[in-house]
Design a binder for this molecule. Structure first.
Ligand code: NAD
Length: 364
């Protein structure tokens, strides 16, 4: 199994190094992995003149999965948009056909007080948001503005974007959600998909709802419910634990996945996966390159380590290895070990490398 390792900028190299330590420990236990490194983001721009060099793209395309750190470097914020480090992630999504974004919002009981919600509402939260990534109003045609005298927005009378989804686009994301719910059910979750739409107002989402219902016929073991997006936004803060898997379009997913992420209160803990039709994928922490703490050895590597676990589960067919990593993370939290971002009175604050070492040790 070939993994392209793209550490990127800021804290990227520090946190990816810890995830690699964990993978190498699993390798020592018999898991067969080949890791190959590539340049991406601001580092790649500095060395190759492009945030996503051809060689990196080739490496990512040939791999079974990509382990990604983060991109973004204030030194390059004034560059033309297409040369900025953040373009690398968009280029990878497009070239690898990554249409499904999976973001678990999981709150370990040990971190319940990190949330801005009451601990009893969020303790033990474990939900999965499946966001469609390549369609919807973000990619709609036509789009534009009317009656602008000089092509600028100033003086234009209106601007518009078109919301659009095709049947295959909805079918494939619904399948990802139902399969995820089925796999979670086997692991003790309720096995329920909540499809979030705005079918009461938008034709696109009436169509979405109908197609999701059709696909559901192939998954009788999974429960399906439909919910309007405004209600879903409310229920996520009111009673988040009543969700299991949420599936929704690109724009609603963009908003709801950030809302759900914040339920857990700790950005350094949240992994993510973006998958294509062959279930190959890109795995990365939900946070960015954190230039404010880069190079200080204090970044929390757990989101990246948990992303590596998702990679084993979703792209590499190694769910047991994934669970082993997740249990090890839980063990170190239970032992009271914390990086600075999740530190609390009575816990022991450790740096990035020490946290990675602790997870390796907890793998047993
Ligand atoms: P950020 O997520 O990098 O940082 C926000 C805050 O969270 C900072 O205070 C940071 O120190 C903290 N933080 C983030 N990850 C942490 C970790 N693992 N451990 C401890 N603390 C952590 O967001 P930002 O500051 O808005 O963006 C910084 C750069 O990252 C920008 O260039 C942005 O474009 C880029 N970015 C990249 C990605 C990506 O690579 N997918 C995603 C988001 C932002």
């Amino acid at each position: 199994m070939k993994i392209a390792v793209l550490p990127g900028d800021g804290i990227g190299p520090e946190i990816v190094a810890e995830a690699v330590k964990v993978l190498q420990r699993l390798e020592a236990d018999g898991l067969r992995l080949t890791l190959e490194w590539g340049a991406v983001g601001g580092n790649a721009y500095a060395s190759h003149g492009s945030p996503l060099p051809e060689a990196t793209l080739k490496l990512a395309k040939a791999a079974d999965a990509v382990l990604f750190g983060a991109v973004g470097d204030p030194r390059f914020d004034t560059l033309d948009r297409h040369l900025r480090p953040e373009q690398a992630i968009l280029g990878l999504r497009k070239n690898l056909g990554l249409f499904a974004n999976l973001r678990p919002a999981l709150l370990y009981a040990e971190l319940a007080s990190a949330s801005s919600l009451k601990p009893e509402i969020v303790a033990g939260l474990d939900i999965l948001i499946v966001r469609e990534l390549t369609g919807d109003i973000y990619f709609g045609q036509p789009r534009g503005r009317r009656k602008s005298p000089d092509g600028a927005f100033q003086g234009a009378d209106e601007a518009f974007d078109t919301m659009r989804y095709s049947r295959p686009e909805i079918e494939r994301i619904a399948e990802v959600a139902f399969q995820a719910a089925r796999a979670r059910k086997a692991a003790g979750h309720p096995g329920k998909v909540t499809s979030v739409d705005k079918a009461n107002v938008l034709e696109t989402f009436q169509f979405w709802k109908d197609v999701v219902t059709e696909v559901h016929a192939q998954y009788p073991d999974v429960q399906l419910e439909h919910m309007y997006v405004d209600n879903a936004a409310m229920q996520l803060v009111r009673e988040p634990k009543k969700f299991d898997v949420i599936v929704t379009g690109n724009m609603f997913g963009d908003i709801l996945s950030d809302e759900a992420a914040m339920l857990t209160g700790s950005i350094g803990m949240l992994p993510s996966a973006s998958l294509n039709a062959e279930r190959r994928g890109l795995y990365e922490p939900s946070h960015g390159s954190a230039p404010d703490i880069a190079g200080k050895g204090v970044a929390n590597p757990l989101a990246t380590i948990l992303s590596a676990a998702m990679m084993l589960r979703y792209s590499l067919g190694e769910p047991e290895a994934a669970t082993r990593i997740e249990r090890a993370v839980q063990t170190v939290l239970r032992q009271g070990m914390r990086t600075a971002d999740i530190a609390e009175p009575g816990t022991r604050t450790v740096g990035t490398a020490a946290m990675g070492d602790a997870v390796v040790a907890a793998l047993g």
